[in-house]
Design a protein around this ligand. Structure first.
Ligand code: MLC
Ligand code: AMP
Length: 493
């Protein structure tokens, strides 16, 4: 077991003079930093956070769009033994209220415009104030904090079947093991140029992106977010060798002109996809246009990375490859019995990558862990040669553009609206986002769709907003009253 900092020190201290990062500062001016500068900046930020009274074990919310300060704050929390709570910037008050009351952060570092979405009474610290205080502490050395590798480094909230998000407790060792795994599996070295367009509040961007970069000592360009319209110039100018994306990003990249795709592919070494299923036709078209077989891998907030297609060898479309070295995956039935190869079951995972449990949710932790195995809720099969194919989930999770949506959360909100008697939400296939939510509503007379939409938009992240509100006379139900979503009339855009 090891602490995260030990892994990152090869770059932060061992390669201090090397160029590490290209980004823009808060004013939009270009900013380049070496690993040594990242080390000294984060020491100063750690000193500023200590001066504000934070000590090991305290939670610190991070509610920011991708910007360099997230890296400073993350390294500072790691150094101080704080528990970071990175939070989706698209969340609105209702979603944030739950996270803030559950994690009880001492404060949430944010910007004034985002702070407006936090529930009243939250201690919101302006990121610019923290950075100003950090600059005044120039010369601060690393804090001396003795940390256990088993200590929590972050709580990352992920929706449960109830619709209420649960904080997965990710330890230093979880992140370290995961970073070592992917750096080795994907042959990431200091010669790479990594383009990071993933949001840093999820494990894909933070646990894979930031840690693969720091653990390998490669060069990274950080952008605020992935935007289809800017992707062409971004890739052509930066010439990345390495890119991690969700399937929606690859669908957007297929919209670029053929000559640009060829030029981008010529500089690239590896494209990795995860967080949602990569449609086989996207893998095939990408191979034709960019000259690269996207490497699809499978992970979860609670487990970080579990399985991946091989670096050398057959990257098989529609599969997530084999279990990573050091990660055990079993395919089991409801009672926990192992299923034979090629037979469908639930994926159970065990390894140093698996989180400690859910924050203050002994019930949910007990329901998900059995004898050290984590029940993923994902269904799939394993072929005789170890390749795993995912087939869906036990729950009704909708994944849209790589963001998770639990229908229950939207249904509960819809049922609070005047005139809504019954409501259910389903995922409908979408060419770009993979799936989008659509609501089916039984109403008592007239409903004001626009008012409902406005209300939902003020309460929920924009990606959770139903694409349509379909009126039905009744919801198809089983004798026990459970909605039979598959019997709802199909909706087409
Ligand atoms: C989208 N939006 C964002 C955003 N992504 N805003 C801020 N930061 C981001 N990262 C908002 C836009 O402002 C817009 O809001 C709406 O979302 C749609 O934007 P779009 O430009 O139409 O997007 P699109 O081309 O569809 O691409 C969306 C996307 C986004 C791919 C950029 O879905 C995305 O960043 N997905 C990554 C999700 C992710 O990292 N998941 C990892 C989970 S961890 P509005 O208000 O106009 O609608 C996990 C484990 C694992 O699953 O295995 O990795
Ligand atoms: P999250 O809760 O955001 O961490 O999402 C994790 C879920 O994303 C997993 O349980 C899977 O259902 C899904 N997922 C991740 N990677 C893949 C993939 N390559 N293919 C299909 N589903 C995936």
């Amino acid at each position: 077991m090891s602490c995260l900092l030990d892994l990152l020190d090869d770059a932060l201290i061992g390669s201090a003079a090397r160029a590490a990062l290209e980004a823009v500062d808060a004013e939009g001016a270009p900013l380049t930093l070496t690993f040594g500068q990242l080390e000294t900046r984060s020491n100063c930020v750690a000193a500023a956070l200590s001066a504000r009274g934070l000590v090991a074990g305290d939670r610190l919310g991070i509610f920011l769009l991708n910007r360099v300060e997230i890296i400073d704050l993350w390294l500072a929390t790691v150094k101080l033994g704080l528990i970071a709570v990175p939070t989706n910037v698209l969340y609105r008050e209702r979603e944030l209220r739950h996270i803030v009351s559950d994690a009880e952060p001492k404060a949430v570092v944010t910007t004034p415009d985002l702070a407006a979405h936090l529930p009243p009474g939250t201690a919101a610290w302006n990121v610019d104030d923290i950075m100003r205080e950090a600059r005044a502490l120039e010369g601060a050395t690393r804090p001396i904090v003795s940390l256990d590798a088993d200590a929590p480094a972050a709580l990352i909230y992920t929706s449960g079947t109830t619709g209420a998000a649960k904080g997965a407790i990710l330890t230093h060792d979880n992140f370290t093991a995961n970073a070592r795994t992917i750096v080795e599996a994907w042959r990431i070295s200091d010669a790479d140029r990594f383009l990071c367009a993933l949001p840093l509040f999820h494990v894909h961007g933070l646990g894979n992106g930031i840690h693969a970069w720091l653990a390998s000592g490669c060069h990274m360009k950080l952008v605020e977010r992935f935007e289809g319209a800017r992707a062409e110039s971004l890739f052509l100018q930066y010439e990345p060798t390495l890119f991690f994306g969700v399937p929606t990003m690859y669908v957007r990249l297929l919209e670029l002109p053929a000559a640009s795709a060829v030029a981008i592919g010529r500089h690239a070494r590896l494209f990795v996809s995860g967080s949602a299923p990569l449609p086989p036709h996207v893998l095939e078209s990408f191979r034709e246009c960019y000259g690269h077989a996207i490497l699809e891998r499978y992970g979860m907030t609670e487990t970080l990375m579990n399985a991946g297609n091989p670096y050398d060898g057959d990257r098989r479309a529609g599969t997530v490859g084999r279990a990573f070295r050091g990660v055990d995956i079993r395919i089991r039935d409801e009672s926990g019995l192992d299923m034979p190869d090629t037979t469908s079951g639930e994926l159970w995972v065990r390894g140093p990558n698996v989180c400690k449990g859910y924050w203050r949710r002994a019930d949910a932790t007990a329901a998900s862990f059995v004898d050290g195995w984590f029940r993923t809720g994902d269904l799939g099969t394993r072929d005789v040669d170890g390749y795993i194919t995912l087939q869906g989930r036990r729950s009704e999770l909708i994944i849209s553009g790589g963001f998770n949506i639990y229908p229950r959360e939207i249904e509960e909100l819809l049922l609070e609206q005047p005139g809504v008697r019954e409501a259910t939400v389903v995922g409908v296939a979408d060419k770009v986002r993979g799936e989008v939510p659509v609501a089916y509503v039984v109403s008592d007379g007239q409903l004001d769709d626009q008012a409902i939409e406005r209300h939902l938009r003020s309460q929920l992240a924009s990606f959770k907003l139903p694409r349509a509100f379909v009126r039905v006379d009744s919801l198809p139900r089983t004798a026990l009253g459970k909605v039979q979503k598959h019997l709802l009339p199909p909706w087409t855009p």
